[in-house]
Design a protein around this ligand. Structure first.
Ligand SMILES: Cc1ncc(COP(=O)(O)O)c(C=O)c1O
Length: 402
């Protein structure tokens, strides 16, 4: 349809013009077109635990079909609070006043920002970044301030973080374990964040969707909400998505002090009303899984990580195996001296049949990611093997054109 001379001006909001469509989903579409193994988008290709499926089916059979309480079914909130208490002794959450169930952690983060940040206030987040935080800030009118994570270990330069924080800062966004780098924030780094938050009266929004997927052993992941000085200024964002391999269910939550939760619940109500009621019932079953489930999850991810990282290194990518989450950032300098990450990733899909994410999508200045691609490994071992078999062709190409 074309707009005639008197037709509507096809204007979109200034806000929507300031960010682009997700590069990751674009790579997924390309992967589908080429029948490629999709190591771009971070979704598992294996089954979720039987307990969740049975509980979801039972809830649908029992006609749990109508709206749950806007901020989450009472039994699900109680189960979330109980699981937090069991996992992190000493962290007590009141399910009546401190939890809001959302449609995935994606909604949880934007609802938190819309509820707690005023236009013009600054939000600090770390670069390379998970691609949602920029648009989240823009949609809530906040001004993003980026602080670099420095490879190869993705450390923070304390002076740079200090310089980014001021009385204009409303929040620091932490994501630990971190997508895309696999960094797990250390006790010292969180103590520094706590010091700055207290000095400038800053909140922490922490995305802990990979809390159980790390390779550091028990106690390796420290939730910021448990760090002295951050207890009353932290909004924790989490979801069923990654821990239970149900990214399409769209069930997440926030945990925050009651006054903040009250505001988040209001925003959430008008954004989405609520998350799917039968899937919240399945969430109760998820929260009841025993500690062995989480130990097994981390162990299985370790095997996947080691398989993929070993094969990538043999192929000529330079990398540091991640400490957490299920992605690995790879330096492509040897394989792509020209440093065009987008062209390189497109070649990987169309010529080899493996999809990865161009590094530039994780940086404000695309030039900073031009020697990087990110692979994800939430996949069955046979899927990873299929990918690594295809990637071996790169070795041959390299041997032919040294
Ligand atoms: C850091 C991070 N946060 C949030 C999400 C999305 O979570 P959800 O599916 O629960 O909205 C992802 C998905 O890749 C992620 O990597």
């Amino acid at each position: 349809m074309t707009a005639g001379a008197s037709g509507p001006a096809m204007r979109i909001s200034g806000r929507a013009q300031t960010f682009t469509e997700s590069v990751i989903r674009d790579m997924t579409r390309l992967a589908l077109r080429h029948g490629a193994v999709n190591l771009a988008q971070g979704f598992p290709d294996f089954a979720c635990p039987t307990e969740l499926k049975e509980a979801a089916k039972a809830a649908i059979d029992a006609d749990v079909n109508q709206y749950a309480i806007t901020w989450g079914a009472a039994d699900f909130r109680a189960a979330i609070a109980a699981k937090i208490g069991r996992t992190y002794p000493g962290w007590t959450v009141d399910p009546d006043t401190e939890i809001c169930v959302t449609c995935g952690s994606t909604e949880a983060m934007i609802a938190a920002m819309l509820a707690l940040v005023d236009p013009g206030e600054e939000v600090v987040f770390f670069e390379p970044f998970y691609e949602n935080y920029g648009p989240d800030s823009i949609l809530s009118g906040a001004v993003p301030r980026l602080v670099r994570l420095h490879g190869p270990d993705w450390s923070i330069d304390p002076a740079e973080l200090r310089a980014a924080c001021s009385d204009r800062t409303r929040a620091i966004v932490v994501n630990t374990p971190h997508n895309p780098t696999g960094k797990v924030f250390s006790a010292d780094e969180l103590a520094l964040i706590a010091e700055l938050c207290q000095r400038h009266d800053i909140l922490v929004f922490t995305d802990e969707i990979y809390e159980h997927i790390h390779y550091l052993g028990p106690g390796g992941h420290i939730p910021p909400a448990t760090v002295p000085g951050l207890e009353d200024r932290t909004v924790t964002v989490n979801a069923l998505s990654k821990t239970y391999a149900v990214t399409g269910w769209r069930v997440g939550w926030t945990v925050a002090p009651a006054p903040y939760t009250e505001a988040i619940r209001k925003v959430h109500d008008f954004l989405t009303v609520g998350a799917a009621a039968p899937l919240q019932a399945a969430g109760v079953a998820a929260m009841g899984l025993p500690p062995e489930y989480y130990a097994g999850l981390a162990q299985e991810y370790r095997v996947r990580r080691d398989l993929l990282c070993g094969a990538l290194e043999n192929t000529g990518f330079a990398l540091r195996p991640p400490d957490g989450a299920y992605y690995v950032m790879c330096d492509t300098t040897d394989l792509d001296p020209a440093g065009d990450d987008v062209a390189f990733a497109r070649r990987l899909v169309s010529e080899l049949g493996v999809a990865a994410v161009p590094g530039s999508s994780f940086y404000a200045d695309p030039a900073d990611g031009r020697h990087i691609v990110r692979f994800g490994f939430p996949k069955r071992l046979e899927t990873l093997r299929a990918a690594t078999d295809r990637l071996r062709l790169l070795e041959r190409t390299r041997a032919a054109h040294p």
